[in-house]
Ligand binder design. Structure first.
Ligand code: ADP
Ligand code: MG
Ligand code: ZN
Length: 476
């Protein structure tokens, strides 16, 4: 019988923190910018310059640590990880090896076999490197240090995952915690969240782990799933043909759906780590820790439970809305203004999701304000505009965050409630469509739909279809 293999996966996840300034200097972390303009002597590694730790980085790291059930290292330090590469002007990266800020946590994920805990080995703080640009340059490479010194946390899991589904569930959970904390937008495509996949296989029933490889360059959940499948197959094929898996770092090429060796795996000792003498150890007092704990946001699970208690909206809507911090903030803020949870949820779930999909946007990119959505709901409730017009106004609001009240006024979109004007139009429509009138009188109920349509058209959409229907029936 063919051997059965089990896949063993552990992740190293880097998250770029959303601080305004870098981890050890006052330079801006803003994305883009002319190359090497967000730099200073500290983040370009000039001799004699001294790093100063950004307090917000520590607070974000602790926030993520508390959310993932970690123990917080109240006396923690930074270490130098030494290596030479042109994207690293100091010739060392400031990171944490001996006393990382968070340790021994876990995240719970849902699997078909029930809830499962994925262990977190540690979370440490470190600085990002610069960016090398090789493309288009034949005989040289360029380097941009704008990203040098941007704060990162690295979340290292235990090798507790067994499938791509578990990996994705784990990453989604992490991403939700970090986004709810406002610590990062966690976009895989843009590199503000980067996951390296460590994978080994072993025969089912054995207890020892096999030799692992580490895969880099995975910038979507789909690429991660494909890379896991590809690497699992590659390792099993090696073992089946009597060869050995080599411990190494590999680069996944998603367009070719295969991976290439990048470098043999280096050990911690290759980096000659030692405590950074330029930075004082960080002492996190009980008071500081408690104040951070007190400021933790309501996370998704708790929010979902509360929504179920407080709002009479479908569970499916709750899942979608709480799936994005921005969407749930928008929902709550709008409900606080107009007290119509069902209406708010409807707009967010139907027209809003449709436009997000059409414009290829994330919920995080929504621009319209809760005030404007509440105002639009109010306009429809008061029957100032009908539902067709409301959808048109919503679309403009979605794209440009216009004030719907002002927009409806300026564009003359109000429903005509002038009984006289409506009656006159209906009479004209009746006169102009004798065939439909006759059909209706002969019992063809459907014919009235056509007449309603004609009246709406004549009124440029600014009538209330129900009133038109009623009036038509009266006059016929
Ligand atoms: P190193 O410091 O050499 O990179 P770590 O112990 O930090 O090694 O492990 C890095 C990552 O690799 C962790 O996420 C861990 O869970 C995972 N890992 C370790 N051993 C294995 C293995 N045999 N198979 C799969 N993943 C592993
Ligand atoms: Mg490691
Ligand atoms: Zn700087």
């Amino acid at each position: 019988m063919a051997k059965q293999y089990e896949t063993v996966i552990g992740l190293e996840v880097h998250v770029e923190l959303a601080t305004k300034t870098k981890i050890f200097c006052g330079c801006s972390t803003a994305f883009g910018g002319v190359p090497n303009t967000h730099t200073c002597p500290v983040c370009t590694g000039m001799p004699g310059s001294l790093p100063v730790l950004n307090k917000q980085v520590v607070e974000y790291a602790i926030g993520v640590g508390l959310a993932t059930n970690c123990k917080i290292t109240q006396y923690c330090k930074f270490d130098r990880k030494n290596y030479f590469y042109p994207d690293n002007p100091q010739n060392y990266q400031i990171s944490q090896l001996y006393l990382p800020i968070c340790r021994d946590g876990y995240v719970e994920i849902r699997t078909p076999e029930g809830d499962k805990k994925i262990g977190i080995h540690e979370i440490h703080m470190e600085e990002d490197a610069g960016k090398l640009i090789h493309d288009e340059w034949e005989d040289c490479s360029l380097v941009d240090y704008n990203r040098s010194g941007v704060p990162l946390i690295e979340i290292v899991s235990e090798p507790d995952m067994r499938s791509a589904d578990e990996v994705i569930a784990y990453l989604e959970k992490l991403r939700m915690f970090v986004q709810y904390l406002g610590a990062s937008d966690c976009k895989l495509q843009e590199g503000s969240m980067r996951a390296d996949v460590n994978l080994s296989v072993r025969e089912v029933g054995t207890t020892e782990f096999g030799t692992r490889t580490e895969m880099k360059n995975l910038n979507s959940f789909r690429a991660i799933a494909r890379a896991i499948e590809g690497e699992r197959t590659r390792q099993i094929d090696l073992l089946e043909s009597g060869e050995k898996v080599v411990q190494e770092t590999r680069r996944w090429d998603d367009s070719k759906e295969c991976s290439y060796p990048m470098r043999s795996k280096e050990d911690a000792q290759d980096y000659r780590y030692f405590p950074d003498p330029d930075l004082v150890p960080v002492h996190i007092s009980d008071e500081w820790l408690e104040s951070i704990r007190g400021k933790q946001p309501e996370f998704r699970e708790a929010k979902m439970e509360r929504y179920k208690r407080e709002y009479d909206i479908p569970e499916y809507d709750i899942e979608i809305i709480t799936g994005s911090k921005h969407l749930s903030d928008l929902f709550e803020a709008t409900v606080a203004i107009c007290s119509q949870p069902k209406k708010v949820s409807n707009w967010l779930m139907v027209e809003n999701l449709r436009l997000l999909k059409e414009r290829e946007m994330d919920p995080e990119d929504i621009r319209f304000s809760p005030e404007h959505l509440a105002a639009l709901i109010d306009l429809t409730e008061q029957k100032v505009i009908n539902s067709t017009v409301a959808k048109e106004v919503f679309e403009v609001m979605f794209d440009q965050d216009i004030d719907p009240v002002q927009y409806v006024e300026e564009k003359g979109l109000k429903t005509v409630n002038d009984e006289g004007a409506l009656r006159k139009t209906v009479e004209e429509v009746i006169a102009a469509n004798p065939q439909s009138v006759e059909d209706y009188r002969n019992g063809k109920e459907k014919a009235i739909g056509f007449l309603v349509g004609q009246t709406m058209k004549a009124m440029k959409g600014k009538a209330d279809p129900a009133s038109v229907n009623k009036l038509l029936k009266e006059l016929l």
